[in-house]
Structure formats: C-alpha cells, structure tokens
Design a protein around this ligand. Structure first.
Ligand SMILES: *Cc1c(COP(=O)(O)O)cnc(C)c1O
Length: 377
C-alpha cells in the first residue's frame, strides 16, 4: 500500500522526546519556549504561541482580534472546515467568496466586493501550501480598516513575493498546524504568530485557562481554555524545526518527480504555481482530473474512477477539498447549495490528492503516475 501521508521522524526527534520524558517538565517547561522561539525567528515574528492544535490557534486568534457576534469575516469555502468553524465558535458570520480557478485560493477582487459595514476581518487560507494573494488582501484590509487572520496551517515555509507566510507584512496574526500530515508534526499541535504584544498576551492567557502569564496563583482574569501544548510535543516540534529546510527541499523533490512523470499525461492537470509564490512549501500534491469534462456529474465520475483504480493498485488517494459550504452541517445551518461558489466546487469535484510525503521514493512516484495514466486511458 502506498500511503497518502507519512510522518518523517528521525532518531534525533525520538531522542529529544525521550530526554523530555525523563525530565521533570511535561507541561509549561523549557521545550515550549524553545519551539516557540524557533518558529518566531523562522517566520520573522515577535511572538509565537504554541497551542494544542491549529484549530485551537485559529479560535484563540479570532477571540484575541476581538471578533464576535454580529461581525462578518470574509473567507474562502475551499479549505479545511476549521478555517470557518473557528468563526462559528464565536458567533462570527463567515462570508464566503469564490476562489481563483487555478490555485484555489481566495480571489481578492471578490473579497473587495463582499466588504460591508459589518466586515471586521479577512481570513485567507494558503491552500495546499500555496500563499493566497497576501499583498492584495493586506492592501484591501488597510483601505477598509480590517484585520487579517492568515490560516497558514498548510504553509509553514512558503513565501509570497519573497516574504514568508505568517509574516507581519501580511497578517495581524497567522496560525500554523502540526497534525501528522503537515510539513512538520508534533502529533497534535498548532502555533499562533503575531507582532502585536496585546494579541500575544491574550493568546497566552486564553490557552492557559485565562490566567495571567507567570501567575503562580489560580487567578483567572478572563474566559480561558486548556489549549496548552505539552512538553513532549514541543520537544518533537523543536527537533522537527531544525530539519525544516531539509524537509521542504525533500517535498519539493517529490513534487518535481510527480511533475516529470505526470507532465505529459492526458487528462491530468498539474498543480498551478502562481508567479508570486517564491517558495512553495508543499503540503499535499493535488492534481485535477476530469476538468475537461463539461458536466459536473461527468467530472465527479472521472475522479471517482481514478480513485477506485488507484485503490485497486494499492495506492491511497483522496478528494481534496470537498468545499466547506457543501458540508452537511453548513448546508443545514446556512442553506448553501450546489452552484453557490462554482469555482470552489469545480476544484472540489476534480481535485485528487496523491500520496505525498518526505519518504516517497522515485519508484513509488512512478507507480502512482503509471496507475493514474492507466486509469485515464
Ligand atoms: C490542518 C489545518 C488546520 C488545523 O488543523 P488541526 O488539525 O486543528 O491542527 C486549519 N486549517 C487548515 C486549512 C488546515 O489544513
């Protein structure tokens, strides 16, 4: 079986975790600080606040930005559901706009048209590791006095026009995630980055039950959560950060192998890289199949056929992403239907994630490519 994803853990990580396990600190210790410093300096931010998941990070960032009931935030339906759920937790209304057809990233022109008096922020997602048009989004936000919360959960290490995703040039706050299929992993984990001292202090307090920082007493100053990242996870993250450049290079090499093998295959559209993407830190490798079919039903049939053929050849694959507005909960809650965001829907119908991880061999890439070409013949 060629697996869709596989974490890349070396002896260095194992030893760091074991050393931490033998230490007196299993939570709120020196590893947390080490991991936070590593991410802050990598992205070029004043503050990094580690949390228990990317979703927890998005939730705290939404609260720290002061977003709440009656506010609107413009975001993309073509994403993992957490980038919109984090707004619902706080009764903020997600206002979806459609995406750019090639990259699947939020379209800034449509964002501009969706701004109302209730809009408080823009929440772009760097889909599959590719930066959204972060400069255009920042400019729009500045013109209208809005905050930018960047969901960079898939884009640690990517850069837009020479500036790293999550950097202060683009977003008031940004969030990374470390689930096992991401570029680096802590098992479960996430990280908020910001240059704003107030946002950072609020996030630190809220992840730790609303306590003041360094508080030895059980004094809870605000509503808080237990969104802490434990020391074992932080040790793993710190060790993975040391290998990040190597990991990004390895993933780029795997993507290049796919490109060589699939470049000439009829019926496969390769991932489009925008000229503004000056570094692509690959999260997943998603091709489009069936996109030359005119009817949605036919497109879906081609993709399903490819998935079934790959499965028979012992290869995992996955539709990527089913758009958020068509998820059962969102349909029920907001009445969305097919046709509301046609470009996101087409990307969702035709997108097929192929096995993609650091340890994928050239032979395996060749087998996946051959099986996909065979399915489309
Ligand atoms: C992974 C991811 C998250 C956060 O996921 P967690 O599993 O909570 O760490 C959020 N948004 C996007 C777009 C993601 O891909």
């Amino acid at each position: 079986m060629i697996r869709l994803a596989c974490p890349d853990i070396t002896d260095a990580e194992v030893e760091e975790v074991i050393a931490t396990l033998r230490s007196p600190h299993l939570s709120l210790g020196p590893r947390l600080n080490e991991f936070e410093q590593a991410v802050a300096s990598y992205v070029g931010r004043r503050h990094a606040i580690a949390v228990s998941s990317g979703t927890a990070g998005l939730h705290l960032a939404v609260r720290a930005l002061g977003l709440g009931e009656g506010d609107e935030v413009i975001t993309t339906p073509f994403s993992f559901v957490a980038s919109s759920n984090c707004l619902l937790y706080e009764r903020v209304r997600p206002v979806f706009v459609d995406v750019e057809p090639e990259t699947g990233n939020i379209d800034p022109e449509l964002v501009a048209r969706a701004i109302t008096a209730r809009t408080k922020a823009i929440l772009p997602v760097d889909v599959f590791g590719q930066p959204a048009r972060l400069d255009a989004i920042r400019a729009l936000a500045d013109r209208h006095g809005l905050a930018v919360l960047e969901d960079a959960c898939e884009a640690l290490g990517s850069a837009y026009k020479g500036v790293k995703c999550g950097n202060g040039a683009f977003a008031d706050a940004a969030v990374f995630a470390f689930y096992p299929n991401k570029q680096i992993t802590t098992g479960e984990g996430g990280m908020i980055v910001t240059d704003d001292d107030g946002i950072a202090a609020l996030c630190r307090s809220m992840r730790n039950q609303g306590r003041a920082e360094g508080d030895a007493w059980l004094s809870h100053e605000r509503l808080g959560y237990n969104y802490r990242l434990d020391e074992l996870s932080a040790a793993l993250g710190a060790a993975q950060m040391r290998r990040l450049d190597e990991i990004i290079a390895r993933r780029a090499a795997v993507a290049a192998m796919y490109q060589r093998h699939l470049g000439g295959v009829a019926g496969v559209r390769l991932p489009a890289i925008d000229p503004g993407t000056t570094c692509m830190s690959w999260f997943v490798y998603v091709v489009r199949v069936g996109s030359d079919e005119p009817a949605p039903e036919k497109q879906r049939a081609v993709r399903d056929h490819c998935m079934a053929s790959l499965r028979r050849a012992g290869i995992e694959s996955r539709p990527y992403f089913p758009p958020i507005h068509l998820q059962p909960f969102y349909r029920r809650q907001f009445g969305y239907a097919e046709g509301d965001f046609p470009r996101a829907e087409e990307a969702g119908r035709t997108g097929l994630a192929l096995p993609f991880h650091n340890r994928l061999s050239g032979d395996e890439v060749a087998r996946v490519a051959a099986a996909l070409a065979e399915a489309l013949r």
